[in-house]
Design a binder for this molecule. Structure first.
Ligand SMILES: [Zn+2]
Ligand SMILES: [Zn+2]
Length: 161
């Protein structure tokens, strides 16, 4: 049985499946951290994105960035936290942007590095990004590119409908 309550941050319904009253949940709409309230109601509705994010393996609707067809598939987690699907029509692999949790992690690392770089500069040094730093920047750029590609594919899809 899942619990349903209203997000106090964005006002949308949040459904959690594996949490109890008083535990911390994440709103799948605005990613706010919420405490499951006592007036949460039991529901048969299944969680949608929240669960997909947590498990990472539930199927979801995907638009192919090569042939623009849509299909339902379970993602495979690829290197760096990106989601990877294989299009059943053209057999190309389709990359999807980072899961919100991974993206948050990357941004936190990025901010940490920026602070460190400022500290190095303040002491008169030259900040040199290490391998991790380059990886983080690369992942964030890649994430933005993939988002654009998926958005473009969705636009194409809408035009052809
Ligand atoms: Zn919310
Ligand atoms: Zn395709």
């Amino acid at each position: 049985m899942a619990l349903k309550f209203r997000c106090e941050n964005c006002g949308k319904d949040v459904i959690v499946e594996f949490l109890k009253v008083g535990e911390i949940a994440e709103c799948k709409h605005c990613f706010a951290e919420l405490i499951v309230p006592e007036d949460a109601t039991e529901t048969d509705e299944s969680t949608t994105e929240g669960k997909k994010v947590a498990k990472g393996l539930q199927s979801q609707e995907v638009v192919c960035t090569e042939c623009y067809s849509t299909f339902n598939a379970a993602p495979k987690r690829s290197f760096g936290g990106f989601l990877k699907f294989v299009c059943p029509k053209c057999h190309e692999s389709v990359l999807y942007p980072l899961m919100p949790r991974s993206r948050k992690g990357y941004w936190m690392l990025f901010i940490l590095m920026a602070i460190l770089a400022v500290m190095v500069i303040a002491e008169g040094g030259i900040p040199i990004p290490g391998l991790v730093g380059i990886g983080v920047i690369f992942a964030l750029i890649k994430d933005a590119c993939i988002k654009k590609r998926v958005q473009a594919a969705l636009d194409q899809r809408r035009k052809s409908e």
